[in-house]
Design a protein around this ligand. Structure first.
Ligand code: THU
Length: 126
């Protein structure tokens, strides 16, 4: 699947975002070394802190399949500029690949490419 096709899929999936409180929709696609794709959207809750970010929903789907070799993360947000994963998601994703490639898209059609180790210099490890 090419980047353009992933973006088209994210545009469909973002409609499934459950974000009645912030009204900020996010869709994520994690691509693994096996070239498999796992999608997620943000899921909010009336008890706000229980909200799940799209990135962590996608990561959970991949881990559940035993597919933890994350290669790329694509994110689409309802925003003017492309957004990066929040701090909690950075730590969560670094568990599996601190060098993960991140490609972010905004609803306005902008694109930004970065690497997880550029936006999280050190992560917590045990
Ligand atoms: N959100 C994500 O899904 N991913 C992020 O990396 C940052 C924030 C969601 C959580 C909440 O539903 C909404 O965006 C506003 O914070």
């Amino acid at each position: 699947m090419k980047e353009k096709e992933i973006l088209e899929e994210l545009k469909k999936r973002i409609k499934k975002s459950y974000s009645p409180y912030s009204k900020f929709r996010v869709a994520a696609c994690l691509v693994t070394r096996k070239r498999k794709k796992y999608f997620g959207v943000n899921i909010e809750n009336a008890s706000f802190s229980l909200t799940l970010c799209a990135e962590r929903v996608a990561a959970g789907c991949a881990v559940e399949e035993g597919d933890t070799d994350f290669k790329k993360l694509y994110i689409l947000t309802d925003s003017k500029r492309p957004e990066l994963p929040c701090g909690a998601c950075r730590q969560f994703l670094a568990e599996f690949n601190p060098k993960l490639e991140i490609i972010s898209f905004s609803a306005a059609g902008k694109r930004k490419k970065t690497k997880l180790n550029d936006i999280l210099k050190f992560h917590f490890k045990l």
